[in-house]
Write a protein that binds this ligand. Sequence first.
Ligand SMILES: Cc1cc2nc3c(=O)[nH]c(=O)nc-3n(C[C@H](O)[C@H](O)[C@H](O)COP(=O)(O)OP(=O)(O)OC[C@H]3O[C@@H](n4cnc5c(N)ncnc54)[C@H](O)[C@@H]3O)c2cc1C
Length: 401
Amino acid sequence: MVKLMDNSGSRVSIHFEDTSIAFKHKSDRDLLLSYLIFLLTKHPFLVKFLSRAAKLSLTMGFPVKPLIKATVFRQFCGGENRREYQKVVDQLGKAGIGAILDYSVEGGGDETGFEETKNAILQTIQQAGLDENIPCACMKMTGIVAESLLEKMTAGEAMSKKDESAWKRLKQHLADICNLAGESATPIYIDAEESWIQGVVDDLTEEMMLNFNQKRAIVFTTLQMYRTDRVDYFKRLIQNARQENFMLGVKIVRGAYMEQERERARQRGYPSPIHPDKPATDRAFDEILYLFMDHMDVVEICVGTHNENSCRLLTDLMTERGIPSDHPHICFSQLYGMSDHISYKLADAGYNVTKYLPFGPVASTLPYLARRAEENTAIAGQMSKELEIIVRERQRRRAAV
Ligand SMILES: Cc1cc2nc3c(=O)[nH]c(=O)nc-3n(C[C@H](O)[C@H](O)[C@H](O)COP(=O)(O)OP(=O)(O)OC[C@H]3O[C@@H](n4cnc5c(N)ncnc54)[C@H](O)[C@@H]3O)c2cc1C
């Protein structure tokens, strides 16, 4: 474990400059591929065009799958099946990074699709129970129920007979998933989605936390800190956890649906639920970290971010308060294919680190890949940071020859 000390013996903040740690596992060829992919995401129009072209080509049966699989799929996904992604799981494990298997097939929107997704999630939990390199699991509520029902419930609308049976099935799916997670002591992160469906996702997740988080956090909710109401919600959750005697599991992220949120608020004439600017989102994110520090006895946290400052703030707070880097209540998480300079550095310094590892058939993960690329081009600076780091590592390697 790296000791973060300066010459005088006092602790110094972690830094993420050392690209040799981040890319140790990548060959020159792999690095070149990453470079070309991130170079492409600098051009949003091209990304949109290529995403659509790829989808159309696959639908029309053109033989583009090998090309997609060898490029963007390889960058952001673990593989199509267990045999393929297990190699990535093992490779991450060697660096002390846990994998969170993310079944990326977007449900067909019907009961068969929801059942298939539930079974796939159950399998990821089973595998986590057997493999120490897979410390937890994750799911999206929209994988196991229609978004329209979640929207109806969040808006407080009455349910039809058909809705009632779909709701019953959802509750059963969720109970099955959380039961297995509890039995195999595998935490499950329930991802956060758009605000117009999130209300009922929050309610269901709270119910599951109350049922399953007795000794430790098995069920984790997700807080999107771009939402103006999330700091207060976090405070309420802490209060509930204390009153009702359960461990609060929280994944914090900034949030992935900013444009859609703002656009819908504008179209429907209600105030945007999103902070007015990036610094406000950043402040809310920081505030959660400070609050967490004061309530670590009842909260377990997963910090899902590619932001160096957020990771540094948390490691600094841990140092200040004498909290060991591998404290079981704290985990850092990034998406596979992104911000390796953060994941590998943190893991090397002894922190708990995981990466979301999407998997599934190439054609089915295409919407995920397109969103990944499109979302990322929309994030000012993010891709240029990825690119900058890859460029730095390529230069370092050339200089070392
Ligand atoms: C492990 C992991 C799990 C994730 N799970 C989820 C999830 O369950 N649900 C979900 O929605 N997202 C999820 N995300 C995505 C996440 O919400 C962010 O979109 C992404 O990580 C970028 O934020 P950042 O903190 O990494 O980086 P940064 O580059 O520091 O932040 C970019 C983010 O800041 C916010 N932002 C940017 N500009 C503005 C602005 N003008 N005004 C207000 N806010 C602004 C947006 O949220 C934007 O995505 C996850 C990410 C990771 C790494």
